[in-house]
Design a protein around this ligand. Structure first.
Ligand SMILES: [Mn+2]
Length: 339
């Protein structure tokens, strides 16, 4: 954990005019919620602020207040690059290595702006000048709220900010059921609801937004593509580009599919492989002690959290699965021992 003092944040922020907030590739609820929550806060403090995303995010997050102002680096490359170049301060939220922002990483690295990391993923790089990093935080939204509190500005939190921050807390904790959810998480959630976050409406907006195709892909993955490996307490699902086209696949449609096998009694490790953008994207989830962050880092050029991580593979889908099945025996004991 490294949380720099409120005084050092105040010093940097008091001198900053142009601020840029950047979050990770394929932004999720926590990425967008924390970025836009911080955006509203800094605007209230009188700053010029822009939120940049490396690529697009799922439609169900477009309800977030401030959504219209978000700049997509893939679509507005020049504008994004100029903002990074001119920024006095660059906040990097919900990631901790430039690899997670792809092309944008180079320009952020080259920018003279002071870099600030707010994040809860493991093994952070040391590119920033200021840190608000804690792997025990449930979400980056939790950390943004704590930072606002530390700066003595809790009273400034209003409905828009509360809605954004609540969203990330909700999604990153799996609706407050993951072990990362603490008494502090619920204290913050309580504050956010009191400030106007409409918990029931936010939940429905995020979760009851399926398309027919999305449900059909889920059904197909579970009934036709789920391979359970009892000897490893593991399961994997794969989806080829052709299968995606058959189901009129839209970005985000397989979000969360990897979680379902973990609800099988005794299962501790779930993997999901899908073709896309010329690589195979890999997601891992685990229960208990089995560390998928280590697994993803070691074998699939990725990382994340102990129980949720992602990665990629440059070989074919078939070969990726073969590799995965070759690696599994190395973890047989661990997958059978871990509680
Ligand atoms: Mn997060």
């Amino acid at each position: 954990m490294r949380k720099d003092s409120a005084a050092s944040f105040k010093k940097v922020l008091s001198k900053a005019t142009n601020i840029v907030i950047i979050t990770h590739w394929s932004p999720d609820g926590d990425a967008m919620g924390s970025s836009l929550g911080l955006y509203h806060y800094l605007k209230l403090k009188g700053k010029k602020v822009n939120v940049l995303v490396p690529n697009e995010y799922p439609k169900f997050l477009e309800f977030l207040p401030g959504d219209k102002s978000v700049i997509n680096h893939q679509k507005q490359t020049k504008k994004a690059e100029t903002l990074v170049q001119k920024a006095d301060v660059i906040f990097t939220l919900d990631f901790n290595s430039f690899g997670r922002i792809e092309e944008l990483g180079k320009s952020v690295q080259a920018s003279k702006g002071i870099k600030i990391m707010i994040d809860h993923h493991r093994e952070p790089d040391n590119y920033a000048q200021l840190y608000f990093h804690d792997i025990n935080a449930s979400s980056t939204c939790e950390l943004v709220y704590e930072l606002i509190e530390a700066l003595g500005d809790k009273k400034l939190v209003e409905k828009k900010m509360a809605t954004c921050l609540y969203t990330g807390l909700l999604t990153d904790t799996g609706s407050f059921r993951f072990p990362s959810t603490t008494a502090n998480t619920h204290r913050i959630v309580s504050d956010l609801i009191a400030k106007g976050a409409d918990n029931a409406e936010i939940y429905n907006t995020i979760h009851d937004d399926n398309t027919v195709y999305r449900l059909k892909i889920l059904g197909y993955c579970l009934s036709e593509k789920m391979n359970v490996l009892p000897e490893y307490n593991a399961s994997y699902i794969s989806l080829s580009g052709e299968e995606q086209r058959k189901f009129n696949y839209q970005k985000g449609d397989t979000e969360g599919v990897v979680n379902y096998p973990l609800s099988i009694r005794g299962l501790k490790f779930s993997a999901f492989f899908s073709e896309g953008d010329g690589i195979v994207k890999v997601s891992f989830r685990s229960k208990g002690k089995f560390d998928v962050n280590q697994f993803a880092r070691k074998h699939f050029s990725g990382g994340g959290h102990k129980n949720a991580a992602g990665g990629k593979s440059d070989v074919s889908l078939k070969q990726t699965i073969a590799n995965f099945l070759d690696i599994l025996p190395l973890y047989k004991k661990e997958l059978n021992d871990s509680k």
